[in-house]
Write a protein that binds this ligand. Structure first.
Ligand code: PXG
Length: 465
């Protein structure tokens, strides 16, 4: 793959980008009226609408704004554009599918690409996880996995196993199941009593012992024993599943302490509790292996995925399940639906086409392991920010970086957000969560992009008070 192909498409001059922008008349004129109707998700709407940030074009490692500015994408859109933007094979796959067949109902009917994709996904996942249930997002994957866990217990004659164990500071999407097992207070506190029957493990973030670790932190495997405490409290006979992100992203780039996931796995085994890995951000190459479960060599019973499955270009998610869990449902009269769950757009033809094109691109360019090749260059660059103002920790794994800042007194999250705005002005898109800067670039990143993105964060950190 040549970098030039990705960097210099024929028609990406600033003027072309601006001319192609249908919103230009609105964003350049009085903005209030035109921007009013769209209630934006997870956005400070009023702040945004005073000074909108609009993308109109993307290619490779970059976006272009409606004003024609080129912006380096240091977060792969939202942890999803793993293959880089607008890759030709994927674009072509979607175009062809759209022209051939727009939609096929997924209930009692199917189309060939759904089977082809499920088979390809199953080949990438750890041995024994071979059954693929398609959804349209990470949130839907989480709801699906939780429902499979409950229904599985019942199918096994253990209907009393109906509690879930999540973890503090976890993010599992925005469905009621997901926010219930999740541990982000801001995403939970205004939504009432949530799902009953959920408890939480302690989170693993420990700056006192692990600050500035390179790769996984050394201390904290024993935090997995918190599961023993919850088992002692609730009894294993009542617990259906434990769900964790192997590496937590949106909650601030939290890495599992060395040995932690292994310990969680063995405690789940000991007590007959299903282990769900939420691989929505770690899936499809983010850590330098196809999945975090591959990377850590810890095999869950169910995996939730989304994002990278289509490199973000068409919404899709998938839950991958151990064969025996699936097989427990395949009983009773054959004309009956075994698992009454699914979505109108499960295995949507455009999503399947996009995912097949994406998996081809990953395979051809070795992208599912490329983060391992780039890891040390990326880690060196990110850890070089260590002595910058306000930096209290730096974390890295694969092509994921977290830079935690001391919060400004009385204004949590504001300092990091100011760094985000400063980087934006410099033409680099980063992401912040609380006071942590999260970096998760497309897996096609080259050293010069790493230099540029870390250079921008460095300049911003020196400027922001
Ligand atoms: N699980 C995990 C681990 C995620 O990271 C979801 C589930 C939900 O996926 P959907 O497709 O429903 O959004 C996610 C989503 C951020 C950020 O700022 C991350 C996500 C979503 C929004 C923002 O890092 N991840």
């Amino acid at each position: 793959m040549s970098t030039t192909d990705l960097e210099a498409p024929d028609d990406t001059s600033p003027t072309a980008a601006a001319a192609a922008n249908p919103l230009a008349q609105f964003v350049q004129g009085p903005r209030g009226a035109a921007l009013d109707a769209y209630w934006m998700p997870f956005t400070a709407n009023r702040q945004f609408k005073k000074n909108p940030r609009l993308f109109v074009k993307a290619q490779g490692m970059h976006y272009w704004t409606d004003e024609g500015r080129q912006v380096l994408d240091a977060v792969a859109g939202l942890w999803c554009v793993n293959a880089g933007h607008n890759r030709p094979k994927i674009v072509q796959a979607i175009q062809q599918q759209a022209a051939e067949m727009d939609y096929a109902p997924p209930f009692q009917m199917a189309h060939p690409k759904a089977f082809e994709l499920a088979d390809k996904v199953a080949q990438l996942t750890p041995a024994g996880l071979n059954k693929v249930f398609f959804t349209n997002s990470g949130s839907e994957s989480v709801e699906t996995a939780l429902k499979i866990a409950l229904a599985h217990a019942r199918a096994c004659g253990q209907g009393q196993k109906n509690l879930f164990i999540g973890r503090e500071r976890a993010f599992h999407g925005v469905g009621f199941g997901g926010i219930s097992v999740g541990g982000m207070v801001g995403n939970r506190k205004i939504f009432g009593p949530l799902l009953g029957g959920v408890d939480h493990l302690r989170h693993t973030h420990d700056l006192a012992r692990n600050a500035f670790s390179r790769g996984v932190p050394q201390h904290g495997a024993e935090l997995a024993d918190d599961l023993e405490r919850l088992v002692a409290l609730h009894d294993a006979s009542t617990i259906a599943a434990v769900i964790v992100e192997p590496v937590a992203g949106s909650t601030g780039v939290l890495l599992p302490p060395k040995g932690y996931l292994e310990r969680l796995r063995s405690i789940c085994d000991k007590h007959g509790i299903l282990l769900i890995f939420d691989e929505v951000i770690t899936g499809f190459g983010r850590l330098g292996a196809p999945f975090a479960s591959t990377y850590f060599d810890v095999v869950p019973d169910l995996m939730t995925t989304a994002k990278g499955i289509t490199t973000g270009c068409v919404p899709m998610g998938a839950v991958i399940v151990k064969n025996e869990i699936h097989d427990a449902f395949m009983v009773g009269a054959e004309h009956l639906i075994e698992f009454p769950h699914g979505y109108t757009y499960s295995a949507h033809p455009l999503a399947c086409a996009a995912a097949l094109g994406t998996l081809d691109t990953y395979a051809e360019e070795g992208l599912l392991t490329r983060a391992a090749t780039m890891e040390s260059t990326f880690a060196d660059a990110v850890h070089a920010l260590r002595d910058h103002p306000h930096v209290i920790d730096i974390r890295n794994i694969g092509l994921v970086g977290g830079i935690e800042l001391a919060p400004r007194p009385g204004e949590p999250g504001k300092r990091a957000f100011d760094v985000f705005l400063d980087c934006w002005e410099q033409g680099v898109l980063i992401r912040t969560t609380g006071d942590t800067i999260a970096l998760s670039p497309p897996l096609i990143i080259e050293p010069q992009h790493i230099e540029r993105l870390v250079g921008a964060v460095s300049a911003a950190l020196r400027r922001v008070a």
